[in-house]
Design a protein around this ligand. Structure first.
Ligand code: DGP
Length: 118
């Protein structure tokens, strides 16, 4: 069984976070180390460690993550200018917290999608 991360504690409101949205499927809160004027994490309420662990039964929560991202982008006032949705998986992508999360980042021009430096 996968081990809980700090995100489970945020979902249960056992530790503080700036929660912007929560329903029966997903929770969205501001990233503690924001890398853009808007940097929000959207996560399923049940633990899925990485994108590799996604099952068909997770599709409802994953779909909700997308629609909540669009709603929050509107609320943040970044929808028209644009934003980026990112999900990192495992070491090569730099995943640090093993409870899948979609980063919603925007608020200024984000530059090229991937760094050219390797
Ligand atoms: P990733 O590298 O994709 O696994 O991103 C993990 C993100 O989670 C990173 O941008 C920082 C954020 N983060 C880690 N711990 C906490 C926390 O306790 N609270 C909040 N709000 N964000 C966190």
């Amino acid at each position: 069984m996968a081990e809980e991360t700090i995100f489970s504690k945020i979902i249960r409101r056992e530790i503080p976070a700036d929660i912007l949205f929560q329903d029966e499927l997903v929770t969205a809160f501001r990233d503690i180390s924001a890398q853009a004027p808007t940097h929000i994490l959207i996560i399923p309420n049940h633990l899925i460690p990485t994108a590799n662990d996604i099952k068909a039964s997770d599709e409802k929560a994953l779909g909700r993550m997308m629609s909540v991202a669009a709603k929050l982008a509107q609320e943040e006032g970044i929808a028209e200018d644009g934003y980026r949705l990112i999900m990192n998986c495992n070491e090569h992508a730099g995943q640090e917290v093993f409870h899948i999360h979609m980063h919603l980042v925007g608020g200024h021009s984000l530059g090229p999608m991937l760094s050219k430096n390797r």
